[in-house]
Write a protein that binds this ligand. Structure first.
Ligand SMILES: Cc1cc2nc3c(=O)[nH]c(=O)nc-3n(C[C@H](O)[C@H](O)[C@H](O)COP(=O)(O)O)c2cc1C
Length: 208
């Protein structure tokens, strides 16, 4: 028997669908703040928080984004589009993250030294840094979509945009890799129906 809970995270997951038609709605700053606060509670490798968010909400910036997002109209019609960027140099966050933890007495200085050494060593591998940036920022992206849904907004994630043009137009520092765009707003039309492959096609138990 499964447990049911109407207001559960699972019900928010079930209700989230990619909405591509939005009504004009100015999102209150408090809602944007609440969504972003929930977003950054995501877990990350070594707690390095490999993410940066670029919030695009002015008409002028939305118009610049439109051709870069291959004219996907939702970037203009939604309240806000948030670019999820992965941090290729998240190892540089280690000092800040662990320094605070040591100050609070949650970690000894020796453990901090050991961990930061391990982290800087791992980051000599560019492919590793890139994988970590994409993986960890994507976890935050999922939280963003669920938090938005919980607060009465709909979203659509977009991988369809010109990353090089995006970096140029929005002055993205080399340190960050554009991972996806997420439009957030009030739906003007329902998402179109989608299906999922059945569990028995996507789950294996114990071994293949
Ligand atoms: C990484 C990623 C990239 C996506 N890129 C686009 C996109 O560029 N444009 C779009 O309209 N939908 C995009 N989608 C939305 C998917 O089409 C959608 O999630 C999928 O069809 C399942 O539908 P649902 O989100 O409504 O459950 C993307 C989704 C993900 C996760």
């Amino acid at each position: 028997m499964t447990t049911t809970n109407k207001n559960s995270a699972i019900s928010v997951m079930n209700e989230r669908h990619s909405v591509r038609k939005y009504t004009q709605y100015e999102m209150p700053q408090a809602d944007l703040q609440a969504i972003l606060e929930a977003t950054i509670t995501a877990p990350s490798s070594w707690n390095l928080q490999h993410w940066k968010f670029l919030v695009i909400q002015s008409d002028a910036q939305k118009e610049k984004l439109l051709p870069i997002a291959y004219n996907q109209q939702q970037v203009v019609d939604s309240s806000v589009t948030i670019a999820i960027l992965g941090d290729l140099e998240a190892n540089h966050n280690a000092e800040k993250v662990y320094g605070e933890v040591v100050n609070k007495g949650y970690m000894t200085p020796e453990v901090k030294e050991m961990l930061t050494g391990q982290i800087h060593g791992a980051y000599t591998n560019d492919q590793f840094a890139r994988d970590e940036a994409v993986m960890n920022s994507s976890l935050a992206a999922m939280q963003l979509m669920l938090a938005a849904k919980d607060l009465g907004y709909d979203t659509v994630p977009m991988g369809g945009f010109d990353r090089a043009a995006f970096k140029k137009e929005f002055n993205v520092p080399e340190r960050y890799i554009p991972v996806m765009l997420i439009s957030v707003g009030k739906a003007a039309a329902e998402a179109h129906g989608t299906l999922r492959l059945p569990l028995d096609e996507v789950v294996a138990y114990e071994t293949f």
